[in-house]
Design a protein around this ligand. Sequence first.
Ligand SMILES: C[S@@+](CC[C@H](N)C(=O)[O-])C[C@H]1O[C@@H](n2cnc3c(N)ncnc32)[C@H](O)[C@@H]1O
Length: 209
Amino acid sequence: MKHVIPAFKYSKNKNEIKILDICFGLGFNVLATLHYATLKNIHQKIYIYSPELDSELVSSLNNFTYPKEFTIFEHIIKALLEEGIYDDATFHIELFLGDAREYIQKFSENTFDIVYQDAFSPDANPSLWTKEYFKDIQKIMKEDGILTTYSIALATRIALYENEFLVYLNEGKDFRASTLASLSNIEELSEVNVEHKMKCNPQRTSLRD
Ligand SMILES: C[S@@+](CC[C@H](N)C(=O)[O-])C[C@H]1O[C@@H](n2cnc3c(N)ncnc32)[C@H](O)[C@@H]1O
């Protein structure tokens, strides 16, 4: 919910929404997006691009039992496992088997409205949390795009701040407070004063490649 609710809230006036989902895993973020868009009768065309390194995990999804609200999308998971792509009038989804760092290089500047930053933790999966990684992400995001992540680590927020993102608290009644970042000012959100936090924690830095 921390990803999906802000994604639609801040893309209301767009005809189509382009989402980068880092990374596919069991596909829950993808399915939650489809579920929410269907439930709320959202008519914008939704594009989701999702890399995943673990091909065995992806193969295992053939026999995975999803929660019942996702069963109407099983044909989409099947198409992604077989073809790596699904397209209909409402949804276009691509699953890339490989490294997210390599995958994001193929997109042009100003492509994405939304980034779901849902890699394993910075300790477990450092290459997807560095200053250089967020630089690549910044380049392919639109000026009014938003990035959402569960990470509230100062190192993550510094890496975003160092790439010109404004860092906000992402709060909602259905999820724990997390982080939302954008290259644009979002008046209604509480901004995290990263510069002040850096002054108070001079030993803390962003992760680097
Ligand atoms: C927390 S899980 C993602 C959960 C997923 N968003 C979901 O909704 O089910 C993190 C995933 O990142 C994948 N991963 C880790 N490093 C990666 C990389 N460099 N490129 C692509 N995928 C990666 C892992 O295999 C794992 O499936």
